[in-house]
Design a protein around this ligand. Structure first.
Ligand code: AMP
Length: 173
């Protein structure tokens, strides 16, 4: 046994031990929220009326470079969601007759929404279960933003990178 080695004895684990960093102090205790994600995104929602045509919906999707539109009525209430996937499906089933159809006939009327206080992990779970890539954010019954699967992945990656950095700092001390 090297002379410098002394086996642990009773009392070594006394509460005198001081640590500047612990797993608890270093690792995130709470999941990121929808509100935090929205802070890094341009605000506002892009919506369309249910009485508009798909031709206009396609134009807006292309101009705004987005994949889905919120469908709102004249009072601003959310009445559906129309994604590029709905339009592609319809193009296949009604070739040459799709673009004059209305948004109302093609949207999904039962929209799954989230709130700013919801955790991103929960939103990701609901998107995966529902197999859709868009989740409107609603406040007081009104749509105030949109979270996409791309936003969620980007946000989660940044969190994972931050956690990895914290773990490295813990190891280095
Ligand atoms: P997406 O993957 O978002 O392009 O949408 C796939 C399908 O799910 C389309 O029929 C959409 O209308 C529908 N959809 C998209 N987002 C939602 C949502 N948040 N709640 C309910 N249905 C949705």
């Amino acid at each position: 046994m090297p002379a410098s080695f002394r086996p642990p004895i009773r009392g070594d684990k006394a509460s005198k031990r001081t640590v500047s960093q612990t797993a608890a102090s270093n690792l995130r205790q709470e999941d990121g929220t929808v509100g935090q994600l929205l802070e890094g995104k341009s605000s506002g929602v892009i919506s369309i009326s249910p009485t508009e045509t798909l031709a206009n919906a396609v134009k807006t999707l292309a101009e705004k470079r987005i994949g889905a539109l919120l469908v709102t009525d004249e009072t601003g209430a959310l009445v559906g969601i129309l994604s590029e996937r709905d339009i592609v499906r319809k193009l296949a089933s009604t070739p040459g007759q799709t673009l004059p159809q209305t948004v109302a006939e093609n949207m999904t009327p039962k929209v799954v929404t989230c709130e700013k206080s919801d955790s991103m992990v929960d939103v990701l779970r609901r998107m995966t279960e529902g197999r859709f890539r868009h989740m409107p954010v609603v406040e007081d019954g009104r749509p105030t933003g949109m979270v996409t699967i791309g936003d969620v992945v980007q946000f989660r990656l940044a969190e994972v990178e931050q956690e990895a950095l914290q773990l490295k700092q813990m190891i280095v001390g």
